[in-house]
Design a protein. Structure first.
Length: 317
């Protein structure tokens, strides 16, 4: 028997011992008995055993059926039933990601946040328009331990473009030339973030065949337990925007998500665009927001994840 199956069997035996008097087990046994007449119709089952030898045979048969019931209870459930969620073993943490082509600003904020030993994922678009100096900065960020992801060559709205032009044309204009340019500059990527966050099932299926993990977006200030911005053991994930122009912007709220993640062994996914010292325009995230997030992560022994590490986690569970 494979080691994994042995552990599963041992777990089920332990579960039986600890729950042998539970109503659920009794219900399972009773249900099985009701569906099996030999258990309900044992000969002379109401007679005292010492008065009727037939009753002894009936009791023996009943015991055999009872053992059969126990075997079914132990082994008939799926392997995931009642087994603790293995994701609870994850180290809590955060994915901080940035979108678009603000390479100079990304490079500068890396110097600001370096004392926190932070790591981020930078999803770059319009790679064909980047200067040699900016491409070198992306390489330097990668050398520092950050991840460079794809954000489309032309920052197209994927569902709209595909609806009008088809999947082949989308790949030819948006994805394949982006991959080629990034590969040629030693910045090959296994991750992708949707421009505008727009997606549907068609785009998901298409892009998850080319990338290991794809990030969409989510919005709002729902209760932390109901938020959709946690790693979900899936290669399609959703990030919550932290730019200051978003209606849900609140540093205290972002910290409450981190607190929930810390207490529940989860990983929060944030995204931003242009990091700046002081907010002036839409799609800007102030340094102070990033500093407070990084400070919380470091002070609470949480981990900075690159987005590709989530895919690796999924395959290690």
């Amino acid at each position: 028997m494979p080691a994994g199956n042995r552990r599963l069997a041992q777990w089920r035996v332990t579960w039986l011992i600890e729950h042998s008097t539970s109503h659920q087990l009794l219900w399972c046994i009773d249900s099985f008995v009701l569906q099996n007449p030999p258990l309900r119709q044992a000969p002379n089952r109401w007679q005292k055993p010492w008065k009727n030898r037939t009753q002894k045979n009936g009791n023996l048969k009943t015991k055999k059926y009872f053992l059969l019931v126990l075997s079914i209870v132990l082994f008939s459930c799926s392997e995931n039933d009642d087994i603790p969620n293995q994701q609870s073993n994850l180290q809590s943490g955060v994915v901080i990601s940035f979108d678009d082509d603000y390479v100079d600003e990304w490079f500068e904020v890396n110097n600001v946040l370096e004392p926190y030993d932070w790591k981020a994922t930078f999803f770059v678009t319009k790679f064909n328009q980047l200067s040699t100096a900016k491409i070198q900065k992306l390489k330097d960020l990668k050398i520092d331990g950050h991840e460079i992801g794809g954000h489309g060559l032309n920052h197209l709205n994927a569902p709209n473009f595909i609806s009008a032009n088809g999947t082949a044309e989308y790949l030819n204009q948006e994805i394949i030339p982006m991959e080629t340019l990034m590969n040629n500059n030693d910045l090959s990527t296994t991750s992708f973030a949707y421009p505008y966050g727009t997606r549907n099932r068609t785009t998901d299926n298409l892009l998850l065949n080319r990338f290991e993990i794809v990030r969409g977006t989510t919005y709002g200030n729902a209760n932390p337990a109901s938020q959709n911005c946690y790693y979900n053991n899936n290669n399609l994930v959703f990030g919550l925007g932290i730019d200051k122009n978003y209606s849900h912007f609140s540093i205290s709220y972002f910290l409450s998500l981190l607190e929930y993640a810390k207490n529940n062994n989860k990983i929060v996914i944030f995204y931003a665009h242009k990091p700046v010292p002081t907010f002036q325009n839409n799609y800007e995230t102030e340094y102070q927001t990033l500093i407070q997030i990084c400070n919380y992560v470091k002070n609470n022994n949480m981990k900075f994840y690159k987005i590709s590490e989530l895919f690796n986690l999924q395959n290690s569970i």
